[in-house]
Design a binder for this molecule. Structure first.
Ligand code: 5GP
Ligand code: ZN
Length: 113
């Protein structure tokens, strides 16, 4: 298995894991761009948004729900935060395992991209 996020799921690479259930797992980004920078990913290896089938769409809801709960736990629910999913090369995706960024804890730039 050469997917770094699958290795984190399998416990083969350490990560600061904040939450997991049967479907998703969330951990701190190794290179945070803000005081709170978490990654929420499906446990199933799905390379990117473009590989997500219609039957798997509920995963996105599970990921958003996890992000919202963690935002509360991190104390940024009221101040605000951003959820972002990069897809593919020009979308800026570096790790080819679907993941959602939860970023907050400071004023974020107003623009995307
Ligand atoms: P992308 O650019 O693909 O949207 O985001 C990939 C993110 O994964 C980056 O923010 C990067 O810092 C993070 N990342 C890459 N490798 C690791 C790792 O081994 N552990 C953790 N916790 N984060 C990682
Ligand atoms: Zn993977």
């Amino acid at each position: 298995m050469d997917c770094i996020f699958c290795q984190i799921i399998a416990g083969e690479i350490p990560a600061d894991i904040l939450y997991q259930d049967e479907v998703v797992i969330a951990f701190r980004d190794i290179n945070p761009v803000a005081p709170v920078h978490l990654l929420i990913i499906p446990k199933k290896h799905i390379p990117s948004l473009t590989h997500l089938s219609k039957a798997e769409l509920s995963l996105i809801g599970d990921m958003v729900n996890t992000a919202n709960q963690l935002a509360k736990r991190e104390g940024i629910s009221k101040s605000g935060y951003r959820l972002a999913i990069s897809c593919g090369e020009q979308g800026g995706q570096e790790v080819p395992h679907l993941h959602m960024h939860l970023v907050g804890g400071r004023q974020l730039a107003p623009t995307l991209g």
